[in-house]
Write a protein that binds this ligand. Sequence first.
Ligand code: FAD
Length: 490
Amino acid sequence: MHRRKFCQATLIAGGALALSPWLRAAGAEVHATNTSGKQLTIAASAVDDLAAGLRGPLLLPGNAAYDEARQVLNPTIDKHPALIVQPSGVADVMRAVQFAQDHSLATAIKCGGHSASGKGTVDGGLQVDLSRFRHVRIDRSRRVAHVSGGSLLGAMDHEALAHGLVTTAGTVSHTGVGGLATGGGFGRLGRKYGLTLDNILAAEVVSADGRLRRASAEDHPDLYWGVRGGGSNFGVVTGFEFQLHPMRREVLLGNFIYPYAKLRDALAFYAEFAPNAPDELQIDLIYGFPPGNDQGFVFFQNVWCGKESEGRKLFEQYASLGKPIRETVAMTDYEVIQRSGDWDAPRATATYMKGGFLSAFTPGLIDDIVDGMEPGGGRSTMMIFQQAGGAIGRVPTDATAFPHRYAEFNMMATIGWAPDQAADPHKQWIKAYWRKLAPYTHGFYTVEADDDNASQWDRNYQGNFARMVEVKRRYDPNNIFRLNANVSPA
Ligand SMILES: Cc1cc2nc3c(=O)[nH]c(=O)nc-3n(C[C@H](O)[C@H](O)[C@H](O)COP(=O)(O)OP(=O)(O)OC[C@H]3O[C@@H](n4cnc5c(N)ncnc54)[C@H](O)[C@@H]3O)c2cc1C
């Protein structure tokens, strides 16, 4: 009898040791940097209190899981948060944000970790790593997806398509819904159904005071307006409700690959064909030089979600570019297409990019694009055009915080290299190339920009900036959420 009680007690204690995150953090004071840049020491008792109030883990430097949690997709980013909370649910997010507010800690939110400039992590502040907070539920009768704030795009596509439903998502399935949907959300169905953020019906947001609010057209409409384009400026989105649209699984895919020598003709064709195409067609154009390849390629990917015969007819226009090296025109499972751009080894390549929106291909642009591009030797040098327009452009500029409704294309110049090489020469090369192209652009996609653009955040929000400041003052007056295209409340 005594022995059984002893065993039970040992098991309970053992279970507590294995499961209670606060035991792992106990006794540790934490060195952090506050939002004014001041070094501070957070007492062990405060850290213990935080850990005791969480169901998910609190990770500190030295914990086994800390290094993986602080990592993001881009291997050139190497930041060390003072504390990392991995919430198991909304209550943990509220607790973590309240703690950050109490100690004036800059708070990074990591969802998919795809921010190229590493906005999902932070030096010396608090990181809310949402990787344990992934859940998608489809309300089939209302055609609504309920998506938790840490979810990845692939899960949303997968669950929705099982019901013959879909909404716009980006082109790489391991990108986070959190960053993409609050910043914009261009994708293969964007011209038909708008940006991902245009499909947000409601968001649950933990703002800087640690309170959870529902943001929708009826509840906190200012916050609802702001989270659709303002990124993490106003808080952590713990849950999204997205409008879904009926769609059959198979769409018409048209992949056309041409020799690099065709680039000038290809750009001229794209400039004319793409903007005049029906909303059911979305065309991305990618060209350049993979590492070690000085032949290069020009690749058009067309996704047509309308009637098959009409799509095939449209694709016949590619004949004007001559014979492609390779051509695939086939009805294809949309989820397979959505996964086709996934990275096999996500942290194997260091990358840097510059980008901006185009409302048209104005004279001179094609010459400047073609003239500066060259094979990268051991590195990749690529240009990507993601098509916008259609339904994206029909939303009024001030309807959401995202103002770039005039954009017909997002033009991106990218460079990739082995992570053990120095980054600077590669960054300098692409920046020099971009200097000629930037004057053709009008605004840029905030989620892809880096701190080079920091002095332009306000201008880039265009006519929406003044309202952004008002909303920021209401929901994050001390600017703890500054790891983003930041709106200063000052
Ligand atoms: C390989 C690749 C492909 C891409 N393809 C596309 C594409 O097709 N279309 C497109 O539009 N964009 C695309 N992007 C850009 C991408 O949308 C942005 O980088 C986006 O910010 C990534 O979101 P994340 O959650 O993965 O990133 P993270 O690095 O985790 O977060 C990025 C930003 O979002 C904020 N954030 C994250 N989660 C939340 C949340 N729950 N609540 C509030 N704020 C949050 C963070 O604070 C941070 O500022 C791509 C990027 C990469 C690297």
